[in-house]
Each structure stands twice: as C-alpha cells, then as structure tokens.
Design a binder for this molecule. Structure first.
Ligand code: ATP
Length: 450
C-alpha cells in the first residue's frame, strides 16, 4: 500500500529527512530544508548522477555556474517572456490563485489543450469551476512569470538580476571556453547540478513542486541533423539510470509533449514520468533544443558561439540535446520506491539501494556501559567510518535500534558482544532479509556490499 504525499511529508519530518523551511516562523510555501538523513540521501543521488553522467564517460565534463546572473542573460534565453510564465487564475474574493493547467486537469481529468487566456476563462465558466480555498468565482486568468528578480548593489544605483530559473544557461554561456579548455570534440556534453528558483503559483505535493529546488542537467552538443539519434540515445540512458538504482520499470514511462505544450526553446520533448500516488508526473525532461540557445545568445551577446569541425572543415552552430532532471523529485521517487510499512516487523523499512542509503552501516554494542564491549564497538566504528558513512548507537533495546535503522534505510547493522572480545567476530544484520551472519572484523569491509 502506498502512502499519500502528505503522509510521506509527515514521515520525512518525523525521521529527520526533510523539514518545512522556516517552520518556527510559520513557514514559507514551496521551500524545504533537508535534515541529517535527507542531506545524505540527496548528496548520494547527486553523486550517482555525476558518476553516471560525467565521471564514467569520456565525452561529458562538468561545471558549476553562478546562481545569480544579469537580466540580459534571461532576456536572451526567453525566460523573461510569456514563454516562461504560467497561466494563473486568481480568486475574485480571497487572495489565492491556482495554476490553470494543473487545476483544470485535476478537476476535469484531462489535459488543457490551450494556452490562450480567453479559452482558459471559457473552460472555467463552462464547467462552473470555483476557487478551492473559499468557493467564490474566479477573476479572469493572467500570466505570471516564474523568474525571481534580485536587486544587486545599493538601493539607488543597483541593477536587477535574476536567480536562475534553470541551471542550464551557464552551460551555454561557458560552452566555448569549456570546449576549448577541456579539448572536447563534438559530440560532447557539459553537466551541472545545483539550485534553481521558480515563483510557482501553487507550490504543492511536498517536494514535487517547490519554489527553490535542485536540478541535474546535461547539455549534449551535437552536429545538426543528428538530433534524433542522440535524443533516443539519451532517453534510454536516463531511463536506465533510475532502474539501475532500484526504481521498478513499471512505475516509469515516457510521455511526449504535445505541440502546444512545448517549451519556447524545444523542438521536441519527452518527459520521464513516475507513477506517484497523485498520478503520473514528470520527473525529468529530455529536450531537443536545436540551435535555439546558442543562436539567441550569440545574437544578443554579439559573440560567435559556433564550432569548427577540424576533420570535416565545417563551421556550424551546434544543436543541443538536454537531459534535465529534478533532484527533489528524484528524492521523492526513491523514497516512494523504497517505502515499506512492514507489518510483521512493526516498523517502516526503506529498501533504498545501498549506494543511496544515508547511512551505510550502524555499529551497535549489545551491552551498554560494559567498557570492553563499548571500547571494541568504538574501535570498529572508527575503523569503518574511514570507508563509509557510519552511525554509532548504544541507546535502547537492540530491536528498537534495528527499527530506527530500517526506517532510514541503513543496509547493515553490526552488533558487538562478549564473543567479539574472544574471537574478533561481529554479527552483521541485513536490512532486507534480516539475516544475521557472524563475520570476522578483518573481513567486514569486504562483506558490506555497497
Ligand atoms: P512542470 O511542468 O512540472 O512545471 P517543467 O516542464 O517546467 O515542470 P523543466 O523546466 O523541464 O520542468 O525542468 C526540468 C526538471 O526540473 C523537471 O523535470 C523537474 O524534475 C524539475 N522541476 C521543475 N520545476 C520544479 C519545481 N517547481 N519543483 C521541483 N522540481 C522542479
């Protein structure tokens, strides 16, 4: 049985994974803080992504760009235009508003086929849809741009810049430098992970739609005319990444964007969707951006952003295939996939892939305050902590301690007892099978498969 998104949010808060941000001051919708186990999980997902997308390939390199950039960048990229705005329907009475496409699709159980404000207003009237907060009629729909402006410098002379709405743009601006400095030849990719910010009209469904979130993006620079081949290639690669980390294939699918929902930069787009309890929803987009980005930045910055192919002696503006994943949505996916309310054990178990687990191994002395056993346990902890993320716990019954580790997905628990002092062995308990094995301390690092 799956749990609702609200129950998942409550579980994450209870277990130190994720908290609503600024909660002691009443909170702020669409912002979250990651707690001690959440931050480890998130870091592990990023490092698996980086390993798969960058470190294991000769044709992709990484970068880390600034979060704030000048207005000119976002004007050129189209993010300050209607292309990066959502249609909002404000309530005529209370101050709330809903995002038109999400709200109407939820109510009518079919996607909205139009981006015309007048058409949206007609749908609202025809179906007698009311404000979900106070039940009043809606006012006419309007566009809300999603970019967050920030003021830089002093109040009088300062300039307006923007928090990035996607991580990608810094990749385009640096592409020539990186191509030259890393001596990359087309086809090649540049990857980046980090924060992005969007002033979403109705942030909801916990981590699914936030105003501050993280993306893991890769731009693959290709020769014009080879788009289809690379688009199909990256679709399969990205799907296989989720599956390799334990996501059940039947909970994943592709969905191609209809012509009228394509983003302003995209020639073709397919989403990888996950079967959340609130429906099939996008977790990652694969986009054929053509030469849109490099051409527009070249035109606006008056810099040449083309590429010279040494072998064929051709000069062209590279086309781009983008893979754009949301890190917070990936966190949700891995939590849903691993969550198991195990009635027999009487506790929740997160069957996370060991590489994603926040803590790899817990070191648990069976007796408290018995100096030689505790000393040995601390010795083992100090030895293992050099190799993996460990946790030391001597409080509570052993059953309680196992349950606490199950609930945050720790794949292994090690108990140390009086026999350990005699024969240098410990008991290793496996999270999923609950099998216990006696293992020599010197063989521990090999026994823990991560
Ligand atoms: P949506 O249609 O759900 O608003 P999008 O199509 O605007 O998403 P993209 O611009 O393609 O999303 O961004 C790429 C990825 O970034 C998405 O697949 C998603 O995983 C993540 N993402 C986008 N917006 C948010 C958000 N508000 N909160 C969390 N993750 C997000």
């Amino acid at each position: 049985m799956t749990i609702t998104i609200d129950e998942m949010a409550a579980f994450c808060k209870r277990k130190g994974l994720i908290y609503p941000s600024s909660e002691i001051y009443g909170g702020l919708a669409g912002f979250f803080d990651y707690g001690p186990y959440g931050v480890e999980l998130k870091k592990n997902i990023v490092s698996e992504w980086w390993r798969f997308m960058v470190n294991s390939r000769p044709d992709v390199v990484g970068m880390d760009g600034a979060i704030i950039s000048p207005e000119a960048v976002w004007k050129a990229s189209g993010h300050l235009s209607a292309g990066f705005a959502d249609i909002m329907i404000p309530c005529s009475k209370c101050k709330s508003a809903v995002r038109a496409d999400v709200f109407i699709e939820d109510k009518l159980k079919k996607p909205v086929e139009t981006k015309e404000l007048s058409e949206i207003d007609k749908i609202i009237k025809k179906n007698k849809l009311k404000c979900p907060v106070c039940g009043s009629d809606f006012s006419n729909s309007t566009l809300l741009n999603l970019m967050f402006p920030v003021k830089i410098g002093n109040a009088n002379e300062g300039t307006t810049a923007f928090l990035r709405g996607e991580t990608t743009q810094m990749i385009y601006l640096n592409y020539k430098l990186i191509q030259k400095d890393a001596r990359m030849k087309i086809p090649f990719g540049i990857a980046q992970t980090g924060k992005a910010f969007r002033n979403e009209i109705s942030p909801r469904n916990f981590l699914f739609r936030c105003r501050e979130f993280e993306q893991m993006e890769m731009q693959f620079f290709i020769k014009p005319g080879t788009g289809k081949k690379w688009f199909d290639y990256w679709k399969e690669q990205r799907l296989s990444w989720y599956i390799s980390l334990g996501v059940n294939k039947k909970n994943l699918r592709f969905r191609e964007h209809r012509k009228n929902e394509l983003a302003h930069y995209a020639k073709k787009a397919e989403d990888i969707e996950y079967n959340f309890p609130f429906g099939w929803k996008e977790i990652e987009g694969i986009h054929d951006r053509g030469d849109w980005d490099l051409s527009t930045h070249s035109k606006n910055s008056k810099q040449k952003l083309d590429y010279f192919d040494e072998e064929t002696k051709e000069r062209f503006v590279p086309n781009i295939i983008e893979t754009s994943a949301g890190l917070d949505r990936a966190v949700l996916v891995f939590l849903y996939e691993s969550y198991d309310d195990d009635k027999e054990r009487g506790n929740i178990v997160l069957h996370l892939h060991p590489r994603l687990a926040p803590i790899k191994v817990a070191v648990l002395p069976l007796v408290k305050n018995k100096e030689p056993v505790v000393k040995k346990a601390k010795e083992i902890f100090n030895f293992l902590k050099e190799k993996m993320v460990c946790f030391y716990d001597e409080s509570g019954s052993i059953g309680r301690r196992y349950a606490r580790m199950d609930e945050i997905g720790t794949p292994y628990c090690i108990t140390i007892d009086f026999d350990t002092l005699k024969d240098d062995t410990v008991t290793v308990r496996d999270r999923d099978s609950r099998e216990q094995k006696r293992v020599k301390i010197k063989d521990l690092a090999n026994h823990l498969v991560l």
